[in-house]
Design a protein around this ligand. Structure first.
Ligand code: FEO
Length: 400
């Protein structure tokens, strides 16, 4: 895609990846983009690069804007991960930059990735500013949002925040701005990105949002490294990050299950029925049919987490173990939870699921429901009652 003018002297020069459908385990059904931004000032500066196979797209875009890519003076590496630095060797070779700015951890990270001693790397500390001519760039380290090297670049004269992965979305589209796409689709992708990438680092996000507020940074545009640029909905995405990083949830319960002979499935449906009878929104997801990253997006919004599995070889079914291991690693908090499942002769799945819920620091509001082989009518009524118990807890913990 050709370069797009973002603002006077600022251009999007990245690449669109329509075909990426799996981003190391995260299902990216809408593809993604690798955004790079070019600021044309006395010192022409490129912020981030692209994934290695897209180096040609970036060079093409630099030629379109500058004529000669060697007019680039500075490169800023806001984030070392390979989807943004993979093309760096080709870009450095082509543009021959005077300086490549990065955070202190970025300095180490770039050396550990590329093993080059001849690159003109310059460390910048958090709060440090450089001048590009008419404008300054202020760097803010954002360690662990979501890598140790991560930093953001703020352009005070333009009121532009170049935010690397933060506020991103895996969202390939011909549009480059938030007001050119469907709002619900955009927020769904932003939530999925937060749930699957940023959630474990919520304490750092909370601190960053507080810092941005304290510093009184005026932000007219947020330019992330993936997806579209925020210009109309800046306040919305900042408010959403504030909600997500403080684990605010909705009056909503999620039932996720894996089943061998449909007994656990019958229990799941009866529990969902009980939740509905209490007037609480519920969604049921079969772990064998849904992608773990889509389940995780629902976990972000849900206040109630109800997990079920049949027992297999003294444990839960492997597809449920996959989903729970993934969810636990992303550290959802402030949830109410419960477990259920059918079994043949031992029935350990519920115990193992409860351990996952404890590790997620969920409040377990029911000791767990086990059914031998196929549930009876009365046992399904018990499942309905369990659903009601969960729903009442979801309603009561409004500030969970
Ligand atoms: Fe988009 Fe963390 O790389």
């Amino acid at each position: 895609m050709a370069p797009i003018k973002v603002k006077d002297d600022i251009y999007w020069v990245g690449a669109i990846d329509w075909n990426i459908k799996d981003f190391h385990g995260y299902s990216t059904k809408r593809g993604s983009t690798y955004n790079a931004y070019l600021v044309v000032d006395e010192k022409v500066t490129l912020f981030d690069t692209v994934k290695k196979p897209f180096a040609g797209d970036l060079i093409h875009n630099l030629i379109k804007v500058l004529g000669d890519p060697e007019k680039v003076d500075y490169i800023v590496v806001n984030h070392v991960e390979m989807d943004h630095s993979g093309a760096l060797p080709q870009i450095i070779e082509r543009v021959k930059p005077e300086k490549v700015f990065c955070s202190p951890m970025g300095f180490k990270g770039l050396k550990e990735h590329f093993h080059r001693e001849d690159w003109p790397l310059v460390e910048v500390k958090s709060g440090e500013e450089i001048s590009l001519g008419k404008r300054k760039v202020k760097f803010l380290e954002t360690r662990m949002i979501h890598w140790p090297d991560s930093m953001i670049s703020y352009l005070p004269e333009d009121k532009v925040l170049i935010s690397q992965d933060a506020f991103g979305q895996h969202y390939a589209t011909s549009a480059r701005f938030d007001d050119e796409v469907r709002y619900d689709e955009l927020m769904q992708e932003a939530a999925k990105y937060y749930a699957n990438i940023v959630l474990p680092f919520s304490p750092q996000v909370e601190k960053l949002l507080a810092t941005v507020k304290e510093m009184g940074l005026e932000i007219e545009m947020i330019l992330p490294d993936h997806g579209v640029i925020w210009r109309r909905h800046v306040a919305d995405i900042l408010a959403a990050y504030q909600r997500w990083c403080t684990h605010q949830s909705e009056e909503y319960a999620l039932v996720v299950y894996a089943t061998m002979w449909q007994s656990t499935e019958k229990m799941a449906m009866a529990i969902a029925e009980g939740i509905m009878r209490e007037g609480v929104e519920v969604k049921v997801m079969n772990a064998s049919l849904e992608h773990r990253s889509d389940i995780m997006t629902e976990v972000l919004a849900a206040r109630g987490l109800v997990f079920g599995s049949s027992t297999l070889n003294n444990n839960m079914l492997p597809q449920m173990a996959d989903v729970l291991t993934y969810i636990k690693g992303l550290r959802p908090r402030k949830k109410v939870g419960a477990a259920f499942g059918s079994y043949g002769w031992s029935g350990e799945a519920v115990k193992h699921i409860n351990k996952f819920l404890e590790d997620m620091k969920a409040e377990i509001v029911h000791p767990g429901l086990k059914v031998k082989f196929v549930p009876t009518h009365d046992q399904l009524k018990e499942c309905v009652e369990m659903g009601k118990t969960i729903a009442r807890a979801v309603k009561e913990r409004k500030d969970a």
